[in-house]
Write a protein that binds this ligand. Sequence first.
Ligand code: A2P
Length: 371
Amino acid sequence: MRLKESSSPASAAASPAPRTAAGKAKPAAAQAPVVAIVGATGAVGVELMRCLDVRKFPLRGLKLLASARSAGKTLPFKGEELVVEELAEESFEGVDLALFSAGASVSRQYAPVAVGEGAVVVDNSSAFRMDPAVPLVIPEINAGEIARHKGVIANPNCSAIVAITPLWPVHQRNRIRRLSVATYQAASGGGAAAMDELVQSTRAYIDGRDYEPRVLPHPYAFNLFSHNTAIDPETGYNGEETKVMNETRKIFGDPDMRIGATCVRVPVLRAHSVAVTFECERPIAPAEVRELMRHAPGVRLVDDPERNRFPMPREASGQDDILVGRIRRDLSDPSGRSIALFSAGDQLLKGAALNAVQIAERVLALGPARA
Ligand code: A2P
């Protein structure tokens, strides 16, 4: 792949001002990759651009791809207006790194094309996550997996990321053998159209107007409902719950972990919250978990019982860190091995775009080798 020219970690790389259209590289940035964003006009796509900018990701060019509906639109990046192109088989010529966030069917069709062109794909969809040959990565947990990629690295489900990133230091210290997760999921998980539906239907409700849901299956304003993925008739779990359970086991590398999940859509714009209860192999005190959270990468402790101040999705929005608090004993387990806590994390950032760019930074740091 063309990333072989890149030899230094993205985060540490000198970052000469990049030109932002593919093929217009400045010589000084010649070692930096050409990056494509597939789904650039979407809720995650826009955040991918912002993360690349804020984190000074070295770029030789940036190519914005979306459906025919968006071809010719422009999006701002580093003071320039970049033109969105229609995704096509030829789109990946000269692309080193492709960040996909346009849904599983687009990934299934075009990720192999991108890999065939020599690009590394970081895929935000569910298309390849459970493929044993594809690393499924939260860098704070299993960055080491990235090195074994064969062209595609999968970005996990957003609820799984918010729920389990804080749990990893606990699991390393005192294995979590059972985990129960209840999610409170924001509109952004359904894309820009779902966010718009939340805003529009809330306005209509307040104004006393009727609003016919277009994106989500149920009224969203002043309501909540079981996650809108299909229920598996055999297990009774919906698609989102199944992803959280299966992906957690894969990311933790612990196929025996017992997990249950309940996933619910709530009328919040862009940060997911999760109520988590876990049981460790040995007794564990809330103070020990609180201390682990203070030092956990990608995590910020928000745990102030005196002021009744704990993680809130409004406060998590726009933040890189996952907020964790309400750390307490699970009183339903008298053995002292179980803890309950509550977390909130930005679905578009750590739940999607930020995690993908963190993976991409490590791909760059790996340099030439593709496993
Ligand atoms: P477009 O805006 O042209 O429809 P979101 O998750 O916010 O709904 O965004 C989905 C993203 O995926 C958008 O950028 C959307 O482009 C893009 N997308 C959806 N379907 C396709 C497709 N068939 N080919 C290319 N891009 C697609």
